[in-house]
Design a protein around this ligand. Structure first.
Ligand SMILES: Nc1ncnc2c1ncn2[C@@H]1O[C@H](COP(=O)(O)OP(=O)(O)OP(=O)(O)O)[C@@H](O)[C@H]1O
Ligand SMILES: [Mg+2]
Length: 240
């Protein structure tokens, strides 16, 4: 569904990402981890078209979307939920959810069904339907941003640090929502620093270090592979 090959991107003359390749099939979740400043958000932005790649390609369902404007990429079925869960602060919860339908050529019944589904999973959105988004807590805004994306029904969902600004106890319900969502055939990428909490909800994992892929494995092997990587690094430092 999503195939990124040898992607290179940066800001102006400053290269940040080098040669990143990844693949996420329909129904799968890829977890991307890495230290602060590793390039995770840059990767999400480069895939979604907010940041023009300088090399490599991004394919969505066999269609090349490399460097496509973000609106075009959205029309092609790709959606990025930012780590600052940007919603429209002056709009009500309901109107924010309705904005999700702009990316979808769906009928009203489709919207109603998705709305009922999202209300069932996160009743808080139903309770606060008439309130302005700016009056919601950080966690509630994150849920709203996800709800908006859910209503847009993208083929590929990129979710940058869903835990950002969110109480930690809210992370598992958000992850379980994403897991169920993926089951309907959506390819999902979750960028997250809380690897231990997130790993069980995902299929594959990747660690980015200084703009490059440092590790890629099945999520079940992540703990073991991280430990091995850590050991190898410690040994190489010891030899210096
Ligand atoms: N708008 C920008 N202009 C120039 N450099 C930037 C810009 N945004 C990010 N960078 C740089 O690119 C590198 C990667 O940043 P990025 O935000 O992609 O990292 P990240 O892995 O998402 O980190 P975090 O965990 O803090 O979110 C960093 O060195 C950062 O300083
Ligand atoms: Mg980031």
């Amino acid at each position: 569904m999503l195939e990124v090959s040898n992607l290179t991107a940066g800001y102006g003359d400053i290269p940040v990402l080098r040669d990143i390749s990844l693949r996420v099939n329909a129904g799968e979740i890829l977890l991307i981890g890495g230290e602060n400043g590793a390039g995770k958000s840059t990767l999400m932005r480069a895939i979604a078209g907010f940041n023009k790649p300088t090399g490599g390609s991004v394919m969505l369902n066999g269609v090349e979307i490399t460097g496509m404007a973000p609106e075009k990429a959205a029309q092609a079925g790709l959606r990025l939920v930012l780590d600052n869960h940007r919603v429209f602060p002056e709009l009500t919860v309901y109107d924010n959810l309705r904005m999700g339908i702009a990316a979808r050529r769906s009928d009203r019944a489709g919207f109603q069904n998705s709305l009922e589904e999202i209300y069932a999973v996160f009743p808080i959105l139903k309770e606060k339907t008439k309130q302005r988004a700016r009056d919601l807590s950080g966690g509630q805004q994150q849920i709203l941003a996800l709800g908006q994306a859910f209503i847009a029904q993208p083929k590929v969902l990129l979710c940058d640090e869903p835990s950002m600004g969110v109480a930690q106890m809210l992370l598992p319900p958000i992850l379980s929502f994403l897991r169920n969502w993926a089951k309907s055939g959506t390819a999902v990428v979750i960028v997250e620093q809380h690897l231990k909490i997130t790993q069980p909800y995902t299929d594959n994992a990747m660690i980015i270090r200084r703009g490059e892929v440092a590790l890629a494995c099945a999520s079940v092997d992540l703990d073991k592979r991280l430990a091995q990587m850590h050991e190898a690094r410690t040994q190489s430092y010891a030899q210096v």
